[in-house]
Ligand binder design. Structure first.
Ligand code: SAH
Length: 356
């Protein structure tokens, strides 16, 4: 028998249609969304639905809840990494970051990644598969449940900065963002969602036209194509000039200021002239640069820039009128910092094997 469909993968419209096909009024779909986003694991818990209908739902659908394997807490207490088991035994990691203004979840969009950025751990094993919209949603639901159990605040912001390239899993990522935004459910404002991309230009234009005003973060990491090609294969497909055009278009369509991420790598992209070239490249529309000191990944050759180069780089940008912030490194000791989330396997039944 074919596996039942995961009800978390259904958009509201699809759910409304499915509910009507089962002879119920469309508004039942919103009732179901409310329960699903609260984290119920069984249709029987949806107490405002008729009992016979709950039974029918159970026969037709499954609720694709993720199983939590492990949670790792950073010493600082600011970050927690959760390891979730997917139904096909892949493991996916996500990180809760506790800021003063609330809790942020750093979420993956793919198991592995095929973009090949050479300083990033997520890409080492290549792409395994896309996450479904429901799987991404389930991360948020389960994390919220765990936070609540702990007496903590629910997730207030999402950053799609875990493993994977969101725009390489375009359809599911868009679906997910629409679902997490549903007022009947988690009701996350689009403004509180940050989508980070390595710069898939045609998809950036497409996203601008979607009418979902999420914050766009662009992983630039270089002020020109030559430097970028040294670390990002995607630079051979799209030039920095085209990325800037797409970013400007995104701003014009959504009114959202663009963030450019720039990971500082020793002797590669961290010289003063790189900062000057960067300032020149991005001038002319509202944006800001987020500096990420490289998190060194075991087995990869790149090194973090020395502190004085980091400071100097930031200073040059500031002196050119660029708005710049520096990424705080909160999840470092649990390998939950940028570029450190990677795919893992669950092997056998005896114990969890966590590939590093
Ligand atoms: N595919 C998306 C999301 C990736 S992760 C993207 O490319 O934007 C989010 C950010 O972490 C990206 O800017 C990525 O380039 C950066 N990153 C990856 N590995 C890193 C590392 N080892 N140290 C610091 N930042 C890293």
């Amino acid at each position: 028998m074919a596996e039942k469909a995961d009800i978390l993968d259904f958009s509201l419209e699809e759910l409304e249609r499915a509910v009507e096909d089962l002879g119920q009024p469309a508004y039942r779909a919103k009732q179901i969304v409310k329960w699903l986003h609260k984290g119920v694991g069984h249709f029987d818990e949806m107490t405002d639905l008729p009992q016979a209908f709950r039974h029918t739902l159970h026969e037709q659908f499954r609720i694709g809840k993720l199983q939590i394997l492990e949670s790792l807490h950073s010493k600082s207490g600011y970050a927690t990494k959760h390891l979730f088991l997917l139904s096909d035994h892949n493991i996916i990691e996500c990180v809760v970051i506790r800021y003063k203004y609330g809790n942020t979840l750093c979420l993956s969009t793919q198991v592995g990644c095929r973009m090949g950025c050479q300083f990033c751990a997520s890409t080492i094993g290549g792409l395994v598969r896309n996450l479904s919209a429901g799987e991404m949603l389930s991360h948020v639901i389960e994390t919220n449940r765990l936070l609540e159990e702990n007496g903590e605040r629910r997730i207030g912001h999402l950053v799609l900065m875990g493993s994977g390239e969101p725009l390489d899993n375009y359809k599911n990522t868009i679906e997910f963002m629409k679902m997490v935004h549903l007022p009947a459910g988690i009701n996350m404002s689009y403004r509180n969602i940050t989508l980070s991309t390595c710069g898939l230009v045609p998809r950036m234009f497409e996203l601008a036209d979607e009418g979902l005003p999420v914050t766009l973060s662009v992983s630039l990491h270089a002020p020109n194509d030559n430097v970028r090609k040294l670390i990002m294969p995607v630079a051979s497909a799209y030039s920095v000039v085209d990325i800037i055009k797409a970013s400007r278009y995104y701003y014009e369509k959504t009114g959202r200021r663009i963030t450019f991420e720039y990971t500082l790598i020793k002797d590669l992209n961290d010289r003063e002239e790189h900062a000057e070239e960067l300032a020149e490249l991005i001038k002319g529309f509202p944006n800001h640069v987020n500096i990420i000191p490289l998190n060194e990944v075991e087995g990869l050759d790149f090194r973090r820039s020395p502190e004085r180069s980091i400071q100097r780089f930031i200073q040059v940008l500031k002196s050119r009128g660029v708005e710049v912030t520096r990424r705080r490194e909160l999840g470092f000791d649990i390998e939950g910092a940028c570029g450190q989330l990677r795919r893992s396997f669950y092997s056998g039944s005896e114990s969890q094997h966590y590939e590093r």
